[in-house]
Design a binder for this molecule. Structure first.
Ligand SMILES: [Zn+2]
Length: 702
């Protein structure tokens, strides 16, 4: 496993610190350093490449037995780019040329720089990438390439981009391919365009849905394509090393906003498909992420990666800083928890951001693993202890894979685009998805996120949750129907599939649930105060919703809740499977405000679908802010269970499926303690655990 730290963002730290820092990095147990190779810095004058500082750092790393990950930062461009490539500026939705400037957190090099759809920009960018790869591909301590940092391409564009002629031409080409010509587009969109020139992207939210959704989709695809181009170039010159990219945040969390479309930094599933893996950044103290939130980020990336590499490329090193704000310091126990949580969820590389505190204006005084938040010494001591454990259990951890999931949550980019087109952000579907994932994590139920254009993953599932999936096309509708008829359970929310991919609203009888399950939604009604009181198979469930209620009728339905207008929650048998429909948005409501009954609803549906979690937490009982976090998996036939104790609870009881562990005792590889399994009803196994000072157990069968 690569356990490392970001070190160099030129020209900092200054050379005088390097030798001592690298020795300390090695002494702390870390085995890898990451270096930012900045285009703007390396090729500060056109055609003149200067790598002297990197040569020295790579050699110094080798001397200290440290591997090197090179991050190719081609998106921070040389200040001469527009002079050398005239007309390469990005253009905003209002037709203004974007003025590039030095990045707020990077000392030299401009951003966003030239548009990569301009052939002159890509030609020069690819020359820089090729020079860099040729120079370091033979370095004996090269670990791999992080080809694109946080998939940034429009930072500091100060508006919606890019409307330059090259990007618009690429948009038309993409549409042409997708629809098989202008006639096909007109048929799909119900438009009467007479030439491509007239097909313009949406300008702002609501203007209008159809063009805006298509444009957002194109922007995602364009980002995927650029990532793939970087990968192909680097991999072509250096087939022997892994090449990945990493997002700031997994794509299901990219809700967009005033200057960003939804999912405008690519789609992890498509990126991973063509590369050696995929990653993301995480700043848990800064963003106030708990075990579930942090774990979900890794699980989302892992879902996208399939069996490929999962790189956590920026994990918070020390206290964050923006301006003169002060944020919580990073304590050693939390930081070590991120490492074990990352491992438990399937990460194979963890790189902290960063070694020293930053010196750049806005981020100055922040993020250093050895920074001045008062806790550096304890962080380094804990890092050394963890690094020793990782090394001592190398084989076990290297072969570890998280448990296979029978439960899926659908990620529907089309629905995100629709929401952004409607509201200028896709916060609602992102929160809805997070709600289901979070409930599953807290119930220790393994799950996988399924992307709407990568549906092969549903073949392994028993149940699929559809959080705010408002837009569906014929292909996905067909696959979902097939899934249900063969025995799968689909959990749908209000107005599922109520919009076509072109953003046109469908009458209830034209929606796929009408055809599949005879569902007739009767329209939107105000959301009353208080929850919907439901009874499912004798179990009372109070379902909190958001936005509205959409009562419905369905002939075969076992109704769980109703009002005067119709059913509000019901189970509808279809073929060998079933549809569970709730006429509001409980996932989004739960993500906003905790309610235990949502977790019960999710667990009820999972069991209804015939999925049986292997591990159950008997105690402590979960509360809003604390839950016993359990992840499990397998390492070459050996079961591995990660247990994270919440604050205030030092004892835990687990029930494990019959035969889960082969022997009568398990060992915690962190503390070295042994625990004995006892027999429970039906042959199940029970385990009582006591927290150690780290509050983490990693159990393996003895
Ligand atoms: Zn452009």
């Amino acid at each position: 496993m690569n356990l490392g730290v970001q070190y160099y963002r030129p020209p900092f730290p200054l050379r005088k610190y390097w030798a001592d820092d690298f020795k300390r990095i090695r002494d702390s147990g870390l085995n890898t350093v990451q270096l930012w190779v900045l285009w703007g810095w390396v090729e500060a004058a056109p055609g003149k490449f200067e790598y002297g500082d990197y040569d020295a750092l790579v050699a110094l790393a080798a001397k200290n037995r440290l591997g090197v990950v090179l991050s190719t930062i081609a998106e921070i461009q040389p200040p001469w780019i527009h002079r050398e490539v005239p007309g390469s500026e990005m253009v905003t939705n209002l037709g203004a040329k974007v003025i590039s400037s030095n990045r707020s957190e990077c000392h030299f090099g401009i951003t966003p720089g030239g548009c990569t759809d301009h052939p002159g920009v890509w030609e020069r960018m690819s020359r820089f990438l090729a020079e860099t790869v040729r120079r370091y591909r033979s370095a004996p301590n090269l670990v791999g390439w992080d080809a694109w940092n946080e998939l940034r391409w429009n930072v500091q564009a100060d508006g919606l981009v890019c409307f330059c002629e090259h990007t618009i031409a690429a948009f038309h080409k993409w549409l042409d391919l997708k629809y098989g010509g202008l006639d096909g587009l007109n048929r799909a969109w119900l438009r009467r365009y007479s030439c491509w020139e007239d097909v313009r992207p949406g300008k702002l939210p609501h203007r209008p849905y159809t063009e805006m959704i298509a444009w957002e989709h194109f922007i995602t695809a364009r980002c995927n394509r650029h990532g793939q181009a970087r990968y192909d170039l680097i991999k072509g010159l250096d087939p022997g090393h892994p090449v990945t990219v990493h997002a700031a945040t997994p794509s299901p969390m990219m809700a967009g906003g005033a200057e960003n479309y939804a999912i405008d930094r690519g789609n992890d599933w498509f990126l991973a498909e063509g590369m050696d893996g995929i990653g993301c950044s995480s700043f848990p103290k800064w963003s106030n992420l708990d075990d579930a939130d942090f774990g979900m980020r890794v699980e989302f990336v892992k879902s996208a990666a399939g069996g490929k590499r999962v790189w956590l490329s920026e994990v918070q090193g020390g206290r964050s800083a923006t301006g003169f704000n002060i944020y919580p310091a990073v304590d050693a126990l939390s930081q070590q928890r991120w490492i074990w949580n990352g491992l438990a969820c399937g990460a194979d590389t963890i790189l902290f951001w960063c070694w020293r505190d930053e010196v750049f204006g806005y981020e100055s005084a922040g993020f250093g693993l050895v920074g001045a938040d008062g806790l550096a010494a304890e962080r380094l001591a804990a890092m050394k202890a963890t690094a020793g454990l990782l090394a001592g259990n190398r084989r076990l951890l290297a072969a570890y894979q998280p448990a296979r999931a029978e439960v899926g949550v659908l990620f529907s980019p089309q629905s995100y685009y629709l929401h952004w087109a409607e509201e200028g952000q896709a916060r609602r579907p992102a929160e809805a998805l997070r709600g289901y994932a979070r409930a599953l994590v807290r119930k220790s139920i393994p799950y996988v996120v399924v992307e709407e254009e990568h549906l092969r993953a549903i073949d392994d599932l028993k149940i699929l949750f559809l959080p705010r999936v408002l837009a569906t096309g014929p292909e996905i509708e067909h696959r979902l129907a097939d899934f249900v008829r063969k025995g799968g359970t689909l959990v749908c929310e209000s107005e599922c599939g109520a919009f076509s991919p072109a953003g046109l609203y469908r009458y209830p009888e034209d929606r796929f649930l009408a055809k599949l399950a005879g569902v007739q939604e009767i329209g939107r009604r105000p959301l009353p105060a208080g929850p919907v009181e439901a009874t499912a198979d004798g179990q009372a469930l109070r379902i909190e919703g958001t936005q509205w209620l959409t009562p419905f009728r369905a002939k075969q339905a076992k109704v769980w809740a109703r009002n005067a207008d119709g059913a509000l929650a019901a189970e509808i048998p279809v073929g060998k499977g079933r549809v569970i429909l709730v006429g509001t948005y409980p996932g989004e409501a739960y993500a906003k405000t905790f309610n235990a009954d949502f977790e019960n609803l999710v667990e009820f549906a999972v069991r209804r679908a015939g999925a049986r979690p292997e591990i159950e937490v008997l105690s402590p009982a979960p509360t809003k802010d604390a839950f016993l976090y359990v992840k499990s998996g397998d390492s070459a036939g050996t079961r591995v269970v990660f247990v994270f104790f919440p604050g205030g609870h030092d004892l835990a009881r687990l029930r494990l499926r019959k035969g889960f562990f082969a022997k009568k005792a398990v060992r915690d590889i962190i503390s070295g303690r042994k625990f004995t399994l006892t027999k429970a009803q039906g042959g199940a196994q029970e385990l009582t655990l006591a927290a150690s000072p780290t509050r983490i157990c990693v159990l393996v069968g003895d």
